[in-house]
Each structure stands twice: as structure tokens, then as C-alpha cells.
Design a protein around this ligand. Sequence first.
Ligand SMILES: Cc1cc2nc3c(=O)[nH]c(=O)nc-3n(C[C@H](O)[C@H](O)[C@H](O)COP(=O)(O)OP(=O)(O)OC[C@H]3O[C@@H](n4cnc5c(N)ncnc54)[C@H](O)[C@@H]3O)c2cc1C
Length: 376
Amino acid sequence: MVLENRTREYVEKRVRAGVLEQGTVDVLKASGVGERLAREGLVHHGIELRFGGESHRIGFEQLVPGRAITVYGQQEVVKDLIAARIAAGGTIVFEAADVALHAIDSAHPYLTFTHAGEAQRLDCDFIAGCDGYHGVSRAAIPSGVLATFERDYPFAWLGILAAVAPSAHELIYAQTERGFALHSMRSPEVSRFYLQVEADDDIGNWSDARIWEELRLRLETLPGWKLATGPIIEKNITPMRSFVVEPMQFERLFLAGDAAHIVPPTGAKGLNLAVADVCVLSEALAVHYREQRQDLLQSYSQRCLRRVWRAQHFSYWMTSLLHTFDRSDAYAQKLQRSYLEYVTSSRAAATTLAENYVGLPLSREGESNATNRGHE
Ligand SMILES: Cc1cc2nc3c(=O)[nH]c(=O)nc-3n(C[C@H](O)[C@H](O)[C@H](O)COP(=O)(O)OP(=O)(O)OC[C@H]3O[C@@H](n4cnc5c(N)ncnc54)[C@H](O)[C@@H]3O)c2cc1C
């Protein structure tokens, strides 16, 4: 049973991530929610790094054969999952208010919530805390149980969605003296862009004209390359943060996704990590009910955290490679340029970027075999 405090319409329209790793795509397809994804998702076999007035392609075909990323909005994934859950007879309670966790250190945990003005109680075998960074699950764990690891960054991302065809077929990660910019897309008609801005910047400071001008300055750095512009549908500023709690489990409560960890979006890992956690958890729960085995539930946190820390490092590394941290630190800028040149000239370094970007296979870490999960 899923308790969601927003309306169905709200969560189906909430624009966030959009780059799906190969493993995420495989899991969604194996779980029976891959039909529209296969039809509408944009499969990309490379990304572009743009710096120093030059363009460098990191081609996945050569570096990680058979693996790619798929551009498909998170809100579309959410729509597909909701439709599948309802079609399978599952219950999703939208607008569940005042959700609270109780007796989570016992064998009989339960939730209370309010729906349509009525107070409700839900007795549970297990609780999956998939309620994001600001949710109530993590906060319900007694103090002293969790260790927290975190890092803040001295900048934020201004993101826009624009009704204009993408200016390139693949994502462009641009490093410039003015800061980082990302050219991305959601469909053949809708583009997504990000700009590195000050950590305390306000979206009110950014008129549409100023956003397009700054994007031009950071992206039009190749002779003859032009940025197509159009109406901005949505714009906001997102803080950049790295955050992990360990362990990701307390008794019968299992944290998954942003409830347990946050990454800066540069590596496009947030949504993919949430899917990977849920794969590990669903397999552990299935084995518990089918075979009365507890070992996978007991090792949930350990198995997830291996992947979480790989993604933490990759997201931190990509962020460091592409953003301006301190304009007065000329030494750091020289190191950054040296690493960018290395990544774009060494096959070994480019392969490191590519294999992390497309995502390590779920099965390599023993995190379950996606092809066996279709019937669950
Ligand atoms: C503005 C924004 C932009 C982002 N852009 C990117 C990006 O470009 N690339 C990228 O990789 N990642 C991005 N992310 C991160 C990515 O979206 C998250 O990592 C991903 O959504 C994590 O999924 P989740 O299911 O763990 O959490 P969420 O998607 O946050 O889902 C949690 C759900 O729980 C619900 N909920 C919260 N509290 C309660 C409660 N008390 N009771 C009941 N329900 C509750 C919420 O309404 C929500 O539907 C972005 C995040 C944000 C906020």
C-alpha cells in the first residue's frame, strides 16, 4: 500500500530528473512498465564535454558497448508506475496527510494518517521509507542510530524547461570561466537547461532574457554553434548537496532513495539510485515471503550502500570537474583543465566516466536479476 501526501496530478507533473541508466531502463521494462518508455524515450549513445572552445564526445558505443542512457522524464516514469500499480489492483492513497510511523522497533509497526478528513491506521509487516529527503521516515529513527555524511557546495543549479527543440542530439556538459551549463532535453520539442548560479541566488533575479543570454555565453563557445531559444515553461533553483545516512535500515523500516541519500544532479544519479534501492528491497521482501529467508533483508543496507557510495563519488567528481568553485584559485582551475584534457584524451579515463555515467549493471553487485522480476 502506497501513501502519498500529494495529489496524483501533482506527482505526475512534477518535473525533476530525466536521465535513466541502462539498468533502470532494463528494470522498468522487466517490470512491465517499459512500453511507453521504449516508444518515447530518447536513447543516447554519448555525451559532449565542451570546454576551452572545443567539443569532445564521450562515445558509449566504443567505451561501454551495449550500454546507453535513455532520456525520459521522471514524471513520465511516475505516471507509468502509478498506472501499472492501479491496474494490478494495488492501493495508492493520494493526499494522505499527517503520516506518522509508530512502533518501528517492534514486530508490529504501524502508520497513522488522515485521508479525506478521516483518521486512519495501517498495520504493517514492513515500512519502506520512500518519502524523499524531507519525508517523515528518516526522522522517525531514534537519534544515535544513523551516521550522517554530507557535503554542501558553494553553488546551486538554475534549471529551466523550454518549449524549443534541442540544439543538439546529445547532452552537452559545458565548463566555462562563467560557470557550468548543461544542455539537455525531455523530448524532440522540449529542452532542459541548467546554469551554475550562486548558492543563495533567487529565481526572481533571473528574467527569461537573462537566462538565455547566460546560456548563450556558456554554450555558444564553438565557431558557428547556435543555441535555439523559445518560451520558458518552468524555472527554479535547486541547491546542490551530497548526503548519506548509514545504515539505511532500522528494524522493520527500510529507507530508499532520497530519504537515505542525496547527490548533486551533475551525474544524473538521484532517480537511478532510488530505483536501484527499490530493486534490492523488492527482491529481499519477495524472498522473505516466498522462502521465509531473512538474509537479504538483513543485508539490504550493505548492498545498497556499495552502489550509493560509487554514485556519491561519481556525482562529486563530475561536479568538481565541471563547476567553478573559487574564481580566485588559479591552481585549482589548472588542475581542473588538466583533468578535463585527460578525460577527453585517455581511453582509460573516458571509460571510467562512461561506465559510471551509464551506470554499473545491477546484477554485477548481486543486486538481483532484473529479468526474473517481471512477474512480481
Ligand atoms: C527540483 C529537483 C530537481 C531534480 N533534478 C534532478 C536531475 O535533473 N537529475 C537527477 O538525477 N536527479 C534530480 N533530482 C533528484 C531526483 O529527482 C531524486 O533523486 C528522486 O526523485 C528520488 O526519488 P525518491 O522516490 O527517493 O524521492 P521523491 O521523488 O522525492 O519521492 C518522495 C515522495 O514522497 C512523498 N512524500 C514526502 N513526504 C511525505 C509524507 N510525509 N507523507 C507521504 N508522502 C510523502 C512526496 O510527495 C514524493 O512523491 C531533482 C530533485 C529535485 C527536488
